[in-house]
Design a protein around this ligand. Structure first.
Ligand code: SF4
Length: 352
């Protein structure tokens, strides 16, 4: 199991699921997407357990990604969810800001939680490093590797040629060889970064195709389940056409059925929101995701989506899109230069 396995499944509907089990976080990173703090919202543990317990060996996602906020603020819940999900056959990944690395040793409850997961995604970037030192993070990652965990770093940048990024990649390679890959994402003026980062262009010609992100459901902090991980959608309220259930009263099987039966979500995945909106996508007024989120206000949406997805060529196109969106062969984890370039380019285009 490695990062490429997850990436190659990322755009296949319901191959994975995100669970944002808390919005709380003890760190105060300047670029935090969810604008988390220690006082942020946190909902019933039972609701998340009830939902995960509907997953069975016959009906489950391949990957569960526990996120937040900081999911390891609820170590007991991470243990319980991971234990059930792995019993059902899922691979469990937890995404953490590594706050616990500030302690001289990994706290016992977090140790227990981490023994239940398969993969740890550790955030490291110039903002996280102001909260938790690189030396502390590296020490904790060595501990995780010694426990037999697969670990990868997640970093963000608005400049793939930045000195910070090149120095980080060199340092990671020097410390861990090829054992710990670094996944590079694009830094955007979203969440706390919106207060200080220059807004990016309102439209992009290369963003006019289908949306691969409308593939893995996200159980949001409140339990409402979204069809994608766009932060505005996750923060809610979720536009009606992008809500695929609620953890308090829907099962995993219900969520899969909602994905496959929604012509609108399928059309967003295959053709993209601009095609569905029949709008000029490049006017500079509305972004790709803003167009998508506005679709709910159109009373003719469902009919038009059904009509579009009922065409014979749509079925063929959907098959191609779902099976071939990301070619894992394009990722070179050993050669950071090539890998960085291709990954960043995919992020820029919104296809990774
Ligand atoms: S285009 Fe729609 S489905 Fe895709 S990420 Fe944006 S809001 Fe979500």
């Amino acid at each position: 199991m490695n990062l490429v396995d997850i990436l190659s499944a990322r755009t296949v509907p319901c191959r994975g699921a995100y669970l944002a089990i808390t919005r709380r976080c003890p760190l105060s990173c300047a670029h935090c997407l969810s604008e988390s703090s220690n006082e942020s919202e946190e909902h019933s543990a039972q609701m998340f357990k009830t939902f995960v317990e509907t997953m069975t060996p016959e009906c489950r996602p391949d990957f569960i990604l526990l996120t937040g906020g900081e999911p390891l603020l609820r170590p007991k819940l991470v243990s319980q969810l991971s234990h059930h999900a792995r019993s059902a056959g899922c691979t469990v990944c937890v995404a953490t800001g590594m706050f616990f690395a500030r302690s001289p040793s990994v706290p016992r409850l977090i140790q227990t939680a981490l023994t239940e997961v398969d993969i740890v995604t550790a955030s490291i970037d110039e903002f996280h490093e102001r909260e938790v030192s690189r030396a502390s993070v590296f020490r904790a990652v060595h501990w995780l590797l010694n426990q037999g965990k697969f670990v990868h770093f997640q970093t963000v940048t608005d400049d793939p040629a930045s000195i910070y990024l090149r120095e980080l990649l060199t340092d990671v390679k020097a410390h861990f060889g090829g054992e710990v890959p670094v996944f590079v994402g694009k830094l955007s003026p979203v969440g706390r970064a919106a207060a200080w980062m220059r807004p990016t262009s309102k439209s992009c010609p290369s963003d006019s195709g289908g949306c691969g992100m409308a593939s893995w459901p996200v159980v949001t902090y409140s339990g409402a389940i979204a069809a994608c991980c766009n932060q505005d959608v996750v923060n809610g309220p979720i536009p009606a056409h992008l809500q695929v259930g609620h953890a308090a009263y829907n099962s995993w099987s219900d969520v899969c059925a909602a994905f496959s039966s929604s012509a609108t979500i399928r059309a967003i995945r295959v053709y993209g929101p601009h095609t569905l909106a029949f709008a000029a996508p490049l006017s500079g007024e509305t972004t790709y995701c803003e167009t998508c989120q506005g679709l709910s206000s159109d009373p003719t949406l469902t009919g038009r989506a059904r009509n579009l997805m009922g065409k014979p060529f749509s079925a063929a196109l959907e098959l191609m899109v779902d099976s071939n969106r990301i070619d894992p062969g394009n990722f070179t984890l050993a050669g950071y230069e090539d890998w960085l370039g291709s990954t960043y380019e995919r992020f820029r285009r919104g296809t990774a």
